[in-house]
Design a protein around this ligand. Structure first.
Ligand code: BTN
Length: 273
């Protein structure tokens, strides 16, 4: 039995959105993955802003084919159906926008804004507290919808983490020592997501990118980028117009535009004597 479940009634009272979470809302105790469910609903015609929330997931999906640890009652797992009418090359900005919205919403609630590890992992005290998975559906070379799935570790304690995730993953509880109201966090996040999504749909890309650069901890650091067989080391110098990470490669100084891989931080190079 979950102590304080997320209910539609509580959620509707806390929400300040116009579209997100205002139409079709499904709240499930247990599901394979909210992204899978939301995709089914979108294929059956569900509209923008449709929301699927679960108390636990049996096959929560992470980026790059990983599993998202989804125990019951402690965290937030949800997916939104989006139908962004923006030029296809700008679609990757959606995930950066979601990271920015997450940092802003959580920061206002808990008083310390998570930083964003490119493209969209939210970190507190260098431990990942939230992940974002955007999955696109393309029809006739057009994006017909995007499922934006977000998982936030809220009241998860150190002992709730599997050993391989300890030190690496965190939660709001681990960082602040307090338990948090999940409905309040979800409502506030949906509010910030809707606000930033509107900016995106209005074409205000520079505003989004400008704010993203402020919270992105990857910039101006040395990084290792891995995408399948490709490994690149260098300095992350900027984020480009489509959300790509711009890296100056160590050694030859070549400027590379990187998408969709995994980035990790390298220690700073020692200063010249
Ligand atoms: C990542 O690897 O960082 C992305 C994690 C995304 C997890 C969320 S939880 C809700 C939604 N449903 C899923 O199956 N995955 C996303």
């Amino acid at each position: 039995m979950i102590k304080t479940p997320i209910t539609e009634n509580f959620l509707q009272n806390a929400l300040q959105t116009e579209v997100f979470g205002r139409g079709l809302v499904e709240i499930r105790e247990r599901i394979s993955s909210t992204n899978i469910r939301a995709k089914k609903m979108a294929l059956a015609g569900a509209g923008e802003g449709t929301l699927v929330v679960a108390e636990s997931q049996t096959a929560g999906r992470g980026r790059l084919g990983r599993i998202w640890h989804s125990p019951p009652g402690l965290n937030i797992y949800f997916s939104l159906i989006l139908k962004p009418e923006i030029p296809p090359p700008r679609i990757p900005l959606l995930t950066l926008t979601a990271g920015l919205a997450g940092s802003s919403a959580i920061g206002s609630l808990i008083g310390q804004a998570p930083s964003v590890k490119w493209p969209n992992d939210l970190l507190l005290q260098n431990r990942k507290i939230a992940g974002i998975l955007a999955e696109m559906d393309i029809k006739d070379s057009r994006v017909s919808f995007v499922i934006l799935g977000i998982g936030i570790n809220v009241n998860l304690a150190e002992q709730d983490l599997p050993p391989d995730l300890r030190n690496q993953a965190g939660s709001l509880l681990i960082s602040t020592g307090k338990t948090w109201d999940r409905t309040e966090i979800l409502a506030s996040l949906l509010g910030e997501l809707e606000r930033y999504y509107r900016l995106l749909c209005q074409g205000r890309y520079d505003e989004i990118l400008g704010q993203y650069r402020q919270v992105c901890q990857t910039l101006k650091t040395r990084v290792r980028f891995v995408q399948q067989e490709t490994v690149i080391e260098g300095t992350a110098i900027d984020v480009g117009q489509s959300g790509e990470l711009i890296v100056e490669r160590a050694g030859d100084g070549e400027i590379l535009y990187l998408n969709a891989g995994e980035v990790s931080s390298l220690p700073a190079e020692p200063e010249e004597p």
